[in-house]
Design a protein around this ligand. Structure first.
Ligand SMILES: C[S@@+](CC[C@H](N)C(=O)[O-])C[C@H]1O[C@@H](n2cnc3c(N)ncnc32)[C@H](O)[C@@H]1O
Length: 468
């Protein structure tokens, strides 16, 4: 491969060496001092794997271009790689690169059920199961819609589902993405530069020159001869690292939990609510990342305030022109939102096969030997549970603060009655709009709305939004 890289105009080969490193496996080592920011490597446009190059290929290009529905970027790159690998002649340089690729990967899609069980309950667990099915479906579509039509180009023996999975993992674990000046993004694989391993401790140091189409690697920190040279793949949580790259970073500060919020189209006031979600940059199905830094992002509350809004809440939004997505609509709505969230977080945490304390114990006892698939899965589970516990705590704190304020608002000295059923209780909810009457619960508030409406409109503050 080296002579092909040299002949193709790769710059920097004399200062870097392929080597095995204990912590990461194969990578690139430096053969001299590098100062941070110094250019280390240039891989010219001509030898990059890109969709554009696949389309420009004289054999596979016309076939790809004649497809009624264009393949995804990942599928195009994966099939391009498999195509080059399958050729008996030609493509000499690119075939050398393919020969240097790993023969197997440790993405979670290759985990056995037992290995995956170590992260049961995590979003990775669910996504991996879905992904396995998705890959099978996509493969079947490829066979029927592409391979079977062009068996001379895609001999099925070299395009099996195992080959397809291998090629997809090659793309997931080695592709680099760049935004271009025209706003479009480009996904590419750069021979030799794709031997660089990840370190969160180096600065972002891979770049794409849109005018030349070349890929550059700069030193992400100072290096001494013999050091492993890294790039930074980005702030990636363990669940994603394991799914795409097949490794994890213990105690990863980027760990997250992808919370999926959804509402069925048949739900009451669905269209009205959908407009409110869209105006807040959300939709009826929204996936929101909860992270260690921000375990309960505002967008979660925005979504749920609208989802839980009843007729009177929606009337409040319209009448008072509340930015429903950013502010408390009514105390009752907010209480319901927070209670529902706490309940959901409890349930999500309960669904984890092994709780944090037990996982910590198992890891300390070496039940999951370091570096094994189950060990990686256990770290994903730990990360997701930590985020969810923080999120639950945040929601509980918000609810406690709200209830505390409500108690102060209602006055401890004189317990008041529910405006509907006249029940006496300390913890009555205040009508979020007029703040003139209190209810023992949501049912009473709704039941009383008709009677209360006129008074509510007359006594509600005329300007501003519902007090936080
Ligand atoms: C772009 S390739 C890097 C070169 C790769 N090590 C090789 O031998 O071909 C990305 C893959 O390298 C491995 N890798 C990268 N950074 C790593 C790290 N910090 N720890 C463990 N494995 C890492 C993972 O297997 C990942 O999927």
């Amino acid at each position: 491969m080296e002579s092909w890289l040299r002949d193709s105009g790769v710059v920097g080969l004399d200062d870097l060496k392929l080597a095995d490193f204990p912590a990461t496996g194969r990578g690139l080592g430096s053969l001299r001092h590098f100062k941070e920011g110094e250019r280390i490597l240039t891989v010219p446009s001509g030898i990059l794997w890109t969709v554009e190059h696949a389309y420009a290929d004289s054999i596979i290009g016309p076939v790809l271009q004649s497809m009624q529905r264009a393949l995804s970027v990942d599928d195009t790159l994966a099939i391009y790689i498999l195509f080059v690998r399958s050729r008996e002649s030609g493509y000499n340089g690119l075939r050398r690169h393919v020969e240097a690729l790993p023969t197997s990967y440790s993405s979670s899609i290759f985990f056995t059920d037992d290995e995956l069980e170590a992260c049961a309950g995590s979003s990775l667990y669910t996504i991996t199961k879905q992904l396995k099915q998705q890959i099978q479906d996509d493969y079947r579509t490829l066979v029927e819609g592409l391979f079977a039509e062009h068996l001379d180009i895609f001999p099925l023996g070299k395009f099996t589902i195992e080959d397809y999975k291998w090629a997809l993992c090659t793309v997931w674990s080695r592709a680099m993405d760049f935004a271009q000046p025209d706003g479009k993004s480009i996904r590419l694989l750069a021979p030799f530069a794709d031997m660089l391993n990840h370190s969160p401790d180096v600065k972002q140091c891979h770049a794409y020159d849109a005018s030349s189409g070349d890929l550059y690697i700069l030193a992400g920190k100072d290096y001494e001869p013999g050091d492993q040279v890294f790039i930074n793949y980005g702030s990636i949580p363990n669940n994603r690292l394991l799914r795409l790259y097949g490794f994890v970073v213990p105690n990863n500060p980027n760990d997250n939990y992808d919370l999926v919020l959804m509402t069925q189209p048949g739900a009451p006031f669905f269209e009205q609510k959908r407009k409110l979600w869209v105006s807040a940059g959300l939709d009826s199905v929204s996936t929101i990342s909860l992270s260690l830094n921000d375990p309960l992002p505002k967008s979660v509350l925005r979504y749920l305030r609208v989802q839980r809004a009843d007729e009177s809440d929606l009337a409040i939004i319209t009448l008072q022109q509340i930015d429903a997505t950013d502010k408390i609509i009514s105390i009752s709505n907010e209480v319901e939102v927070l209670q529902a969230l706490i309940e959901s977080f409890r349930e999500l945490l309960h669904n984890f096969g092994t709780q944090i304390e037990k996982l910590d114990e198992q890891l300390a006892e070496g039940i999951y030997p370091p570096g094994t698939n189950a060990w990686s899965a256990a770290h994903v589970s730990l990360g997701e549970q930590r985020v969810l516990r923080l999120a639950r705590q945040r929601a509980e704190d918000l609810l406690a603060a709200l209830e505390g304020r409500n108690r102060v608002d209602s006055g401890f000295s004189a317990p008041v009655r529910c405006a509907n059923c006249a029940k006496v209780a300390v913890e009555l909810m205040l009508c979020g709009r007029c703040k003139a009457v209190r209810y023992c619960g949501r049912t009473c508030q709704v039941a009383h709305y008709k009677e209360h409406k006129a008074l509510c409109q007359a006594t509600a503050p005329k300007s501003g939004s519902v007090k936080k």
